[in-house]
Design a protein around this ligand. Sequence first.
Ligand code: PLP
Length: 396
Amino acid sequence: MKKNSAKDIFQTYQAQTFKYPSLLNIDHCKGVYVYDTENKKYLDFVAGVSACSVGHSNKRIIEAVKKQIDKYYHVMVYGEYIQKPQLSLAKLLADNLPKTLSTTYFTNSGTEAIEGAMKLAKRISKKSEIISCLDSYHGSTQGSLSIMGKEFYKASFRPLLPECNKIIFNDINSLDNITNKTAAVVIETVQGASGFKIATDKFLNALKEKCKSCNTLIILDAIQTCYGRTGSLFGFEQTTIIPDILCIAKGMGGGMPIGAFISSWGNMEKLSHNPKLGHITTFGGHPVNCAASSATLNYILDNHLVQKIDAKEALFRKLLVHKKIRSVSGKGLMLSLDLFSENDTNNLVANCMKDGLLLFYFLFNSESVRITPPLTINEEEIELGCNIILRNLDTL
Ligand SMILES: Cc1ncc(COP(=O)(O)O)c(C=O)c1O
């Protein structure tokens, strides 16, 4: 059998994880638009699943990446040599975080940030139980999978980590599961995979109290909320929680691969002894990606993008009214269009793509559609995309 088309090569030589990928064949991207190899233009309401926070081919990121590549792109594994792009980003993060979140370990991805945070929590607390929420998503490597809140994606990979237990998101009664044996609770302020459910203040306050009384650390998974997506740089600033360990990734790189876990200097220092080299990575904190991440954060700060999120959310909510829409949930530019059936979801995503708008699914919620455009999207583009959604809802 001849296998020459891009689709054939993709499906034969690239490992597949899904039977029905959309097979959009990408040529180039610019701003809030993605162009396929036929030069068809798509308005991007997905942004690489929240990663391309400052739009595609952002000039500041490209310049930062090129400048760094011209100097050097890899010299040494994490933590041995002093590299300016890492210093600049670590300092920039500390300047924009509370004093207790001063010290950063750079990783390759979100899931590695979670792995590092779980290991660090064990070292700090000298305990081993990790608690997370039902319906939570923290990544796909074995530690993160162990704390995932959906058995469907875990069963075939068991045995996973022992002593991983659950609480129910927004259910204060379930906090009884947190005890003196619990090293850490891993929590999202907006659940990324279940349709952007928001943690209530009441729940987070009760969680904070419970963790304090049990000497349990709070690990905040801000991987999808950072930088700025919900209307504050990391997401937790809109709550009363300051985590003991903060995990970030995705939008942090503006489309380049980087993550981090962040804590106090005193906590982080524990990774340097008993054993030394408590977390090892070759490419974590890659200088080119650190340069991209600093450019992303500076671009967001300089253009006051965080301050503009509420108005953009309000416009989406004003426009997205239709009898086929049950509700619009989520926060900021992390919005979920809740429909009435899986069929509607599948048809809307497929039909909008034909009509030049990219939407996407949720991992754990088949009746909702993800809307996470670049934070740079303007009013006109929001209106254009919402009109495409409304006219395609009419035809369902
Ligand atoms: C909330 C949350 N945590 C963790 C992760 C894992 O990040 P990564 O895919 O970079 O490993 C994701 C990715 O979607 C996420 O949304």
